[in-house]
Write a protein that binds this ligand. Sequence first.
Ligand SMILES: [Fe+2]
Ligand SMILES: [Fe+2]
Length: 244
Amino acid sequence: MAKDGKKMRIAATADVHYGKHSKGKMQDLFATASREADVLLMCGDLTDYGLAEEAELLAADIRSYLRIPVIAVLGNHDFESAHPEAVIKVMEEAGVEMLDGEAVEIEGVGFAGVCGFGGGFGRRMLNAWGEPLIKTFVQEAIDQALRLEQALTKLQTERRIVLLHYAPVRATVEGEPPEIFPFLGSTRLEEPINRFRVSACFHGHAHNGTAEGATATNVPVFNVAAPLLQKQAPDKQPFRLFEI
Ligand SMILES: [Fe+2]
Ligand SMILES: [Fe+2]
């Protein structure tokens, strides 16, 4: 329950991939989410190439059509032009709460977010062994998990929601070619979610994955990649509603 005893309605989407010609692309989603939810989560790949001008088009649509608070994390596409800070700046100017190892509280519900990273799942997970480049790769996944943990530590709320771009479990990337599973997420992200008894986790990135899964301790995990939701329900706006 939110602070006042009322349930909070969370809308979540991901992978909107705004490009140079995307003006108005998520207009209907923003309008519908504003009517049906109290907050909107955007789980990364906000842009196609990580360009400020792409982010500007998304920011303009948010300003025009969204009437509820929006919380977001970056995705790998937002890093493509090597200036993720430019995307963050444009989003923040439009009032978006960008999380990168931080947490925010709205109406008594806590939200913690990071982009996350790859490395694979379970016993097949990549380990820091061998070449320095492998160790650097694995270290990034470890660092992302640590930053998620630090964000969760800051939250005093009973209800906690995690936003990621990469998947924390294998279940929600099922459907993608198994060869790319290691690039879609990491089990290292799952541990803090379980330890902090998170209420639900939302991610994107696996456009051809599975919409619902759970961690080892049964925390619900939702893949809210817009292309996936669009395929599943072509007549609906590509976001998931979750009440807490
Ligand atoms: Fe994507
Ligand atoms: Fe992605």
